[in-house]
Design a protein around this ligand. Sequence first.
Ligand SMILES: [Zn+2]
Length: 162
Amino acid sequence: MNPDGESITYRGFRDKRRGGHTLVFRIDQHRTRTDLDPAASLKIRNHSPDGFQWGYGGSGPAQLALAILLDLTDKNRAQRVYHDFKDKYVSHWGDKWEITDTEIKAWMAKQVSLQCTEKCNALQALFADGKVPESEYMGGLCDVHFDEYLDRCKKEEEGVSE
Ligand SMILES: [Zn+2]
């Protein structure tokens, strides 16, 4: 790890000579470069089985956002903020991009409130009326209400599959 505490860099490249084929790499503190693995993210949410994308707000970018955050943080926190991460970063990336874990963690720390806030209360009220998009709702919740939200989602999913 260098003195900045930066240890991981993510880098993407869109190969125009191969029909826009996308490559996403993870470079660790020893400068070892590997492909970013989508497997863990696909288990949680299958937005895009065809691979990672960026530069717009669709399903390929959502998959990439989730995969990067899962590499850096736990499942709950990743699920909670990846739509916001996609909107703020992934959807704006060009043909070549690079981002460090330091930048992502700094951003993430500002997104997640550990205690209930006015925003959390307001979102819950709106959500009860069915007015809030899922992604926005998840990002603004405190830890306690986010856990409740996940429980509710789980029950709903189980209800559907029965
Ligand atoms: Zn709350």
